[in-house]
Design a protein around this ligand. Structure first.
Ligand SMILES: [Zn+2]
Length: 114
């Protein structure tokens, strides 16, 4: 179901969709299943959307439309050395970097406002 979605899905929405297809699942069970799949590397988490996507290929990051929730994988390499250096100066060794961009998709941009 997450494979077919056009946006990141969280536990609340996924539970509603599954229950709409005749399943009888409670949100905590769906939340736990999503967490387990994420830990196993079978889902990618989108923090801005509090949702999940299929892991896909190694995109540099994700852009998310704050109005309609559409997302786009950001292709290309990002030089994160400055971010790692900043973390190191605060005595943190970065093990995972999350690159997410919030904005408006082309459709919402064309519709006007901001
Ligand atoms: Zn949009």
């Amino acid at each position: 179901m997450i494979d077919r979605a056009d946006r990141p899905l969280g536990a609340v929405r996924l539970a509603a969709m599954l229950n709409g297809e005749g399943e009888r699942l409670k949100q905590p069970a769906v939340f736990r299943a999503l967490q387990e799949l994420f830990v196993a590397g079978k889902l990618k988490r989108v923090e801005l959307a509090s949702g999940y996507l299929p892991p896909g290929d190694e995109a540099a990051g994700v852009a998310l439309c704050r109005r309609c929730g559409a997302y786009a994988a950001l292709e290309g390499a990002i030089d994160a050395s400055e971010l790692r250096a900043i973390a190191r100066r605060r005595d943190f060794s970065a093990t995972r970097l999350v690159i997410e961009v919030e904005g408006l998709c082309e459709t919402c941009s064309a519709a006007g406002e901001e």
